[in-house]
Design a protein around this ligand. Structure first.
Ligand code: GDP
Ligand code: GDP
Length: 464
């Protein structure tokens, strides 16, 4: 399992779901030499090895997990971000501020009591003022009480209370940590996955077998089913339980039963599918496996993709596909071929998974829900900052990218959200992150983590 257990909190809901919560993040910013890495090492309670076998790759001193008064959180040392000689300090300051802006729950703005206030401190303070999160002004190198008075001048950066500490000797650090822990958001507020059910939109063009599918699900003995009347007569969801998980099937099949339809069937099909997909986490796109892909199928698939939801194909009417000799090996090949066709026709849906069903014979329904569950897990997947940065650095190292004489530099990567997993790269120039290179990085991420079934988003942020 690639997810490192110690970097996520697991908690089971009454329904047996596994929730994944992000640990709160404390980001240390400050100009060079104020003592960021010294404080970082003190906070994480150990000397983090700075082993640079392959230059630019081992950057574990950037992030580490720690605990204070029973609260676990992650510490990010923006001083661990590797800049080169030619990168101006102003760029470093902006990258730090951007990381604080995107990722921090609390920012420790580190300054130096020995040097006193410096214009670079002022620049950084200016960048940090719009950050709508607690920013603590920490005045380091206050090794003895006499030094504390030097801290007072930092009130003038206009960020409130100042905290004198000595990262080297530990003085004042415990008091600072008490304040930090008090300011941490409650665990329940951080990226809470409040699923109590998996919401699945059953979509597809007319006659592929959506109604039959719902009927098959509700007739299935192993599943506990109840109908939930919606606000309108045509919006009836079906709840069912399978493998201890609760599913809500959001049905679009009612369309043809509603009598007279104004406008084109096509319009209604798309409109209904869109509404169902919007309400769902996962779109189950039902297609007629006997007919092959039609333009109508592709339109629905595109809707699911554009909505950024998890996608599972239910390739239905599979009972009609029995080869003459019925040999299972042939069936496996036919399945593979069908998936290949789907992926060739709609390359952007490359991540979707598929199950083969027969609504008529009530076959393949369990496996279809298994695929939905897997896609749902992927949709909610969170990668640790450490793993993500290691992966991105290795990818960039093995295939550097430059355009028009400029080298793309990725300073830092972070996952900003789940549902679907969304990543931000802080780089010297987002224009340099060409589409093909973006795809290269996305493929690396997909190779390393179980993300089948979900779209994944990757955006670049400038430090400018
Ligand atoms: P960074 O560039 O901000 O990560 O700074 P470092 O952690 O590398 O520290 C820069 C220098 O300041 C090093 O020589 C540290 O030993 C020193 N230093 C860090 N914290 C303290 C402190 O609390 N007191 C004193 N006297 N020196 C410190
Ligand atoms: P919907 O318009 O997508 O809701 O499709 P229906 O569920 O109304 O099914 C359309 C037709 O396909 C009906 O005649 C069904 O009996 C038939 N059908 C649905 N699923 C299957 C299946 O898995 N196998 C076969 N052979 N026929 C099916």
């Amino acid at each position: 399992e690639p997810m490192m257990r110690d970097e996520v909190q697991f908690a089971a809901t009454p329904l047996g779901f596994v929730m994944r919560t992000r640990l709160p993040v404390v980001v240390i910013v400050g100009r060079p030499n104020v003592g960021k890495s010294t404080l970082f090492n003190r906070l994480v309670g150990r000397r983090v090895a700075v082993v640079e076998d392959t230059p630019g790759i081992t950057r574990d001193r950037l992030y580490a997990e720690t605990e204070w008064n029973g609260r676990r959180f992650q510490v990010v040392d923006t001083g661990g971000i590797v800049f080169s000689e030619e990168d101006p300090l102003s760029e470093q300051i902006r990258v730090q501020a951007n990381v604080a802006l995107e990722e921090a729950d609390i920012v420790l703005f580190l300054t130096d009591a020995r040097d006193g206030m410096n214009p670079d401190d002022m620049d950084l303070a200016r960048e940090l003022r719009p950050v709508k999160k607690p920013v603590l002004v920490v005045v380091n190198k206050a090794d003895n009480p006499e030094r504390d008075s030097f801290a007072n001048e930092f009130y003038s950066v206009g960020l409130g209370e100042v905290y004198p500490v000595s990262g080297l000797h530990g003085r004042g650090v415990a008091d600072l940590m008490d304040v930090v822990v008090d300011l941490l958001p409650p665990a329940s507020e951080i990226d809470v996955d409040d699923r109590t059910e998996v919401r699945v939109a059953i979509v597809g063009r007319p006659n592929v077998g959506k109604s039959s599918m719902i009927n098959a699900f509700t007739g299935e003995q192993r599943m506990i089913v109840s109908d939930i009347a919606g606000t309108t007569r045509d919006a009836i969801d079906t709840e069912l339980e399978y493998h201890g998980e609760k599913f809500r099937l959001i049905d679009t099949a009612g369309i043809r039963r509603r009598g007279k339809i104004q406008g084109s069937v096509e319009y209604y099909m798309v409109d209904r599918a869109q509404k169902a997909i919007d309400k769902a986490d996962c779109a189950m796109v039902v297609v007629d496996g006997n007919e092959g892909l039609t333009d109508g199928d592709k339109r629905i698939m595109k809707l699911a993709h554009d909505a950024g939801k998890a996608v599972v194909f239910a390739i239905n009417k599979w009972d009609l596909k029995e080869p003459p000799d019925g040999h299972p090996r042939h069936m496996t090949q036919i399945k593979k071929d069908f998936i290949k066709v789907v992926k060739n026709e709609i390359p952007e849906l490359n991540y979707a998974t598929a199950a083969f069903t027969s609504a008529k014979e009530s076959a393949g329904l369990g496996p279809a829900l298994d695929e939905v569950l897997r896609a749902q897990e992927a949709y909610n997947f969170r990668i640790s900052t450490g793993q993500l940065n290691r992966l991105i650095q290795e990818a960039v190292f093995s295939r550097p990218y430059s355009s028009k004489g400029r080298v793309l530099k990725i300073y830092y990567a972070t996952q900003v959200s789940t549902r679907p997993p969304t990543f931000v790269l802080f780089c010297n120039d987002p224009e340099l992150l060409h589409f093909s290179y973006q795809r290269y990085l996305l493929n690396k991420i997909r190779e390393a983590f179980p993300l089948e079934g979900t779209p994944v988003r990757l955006t670049a942020k400038s430090s400018h």
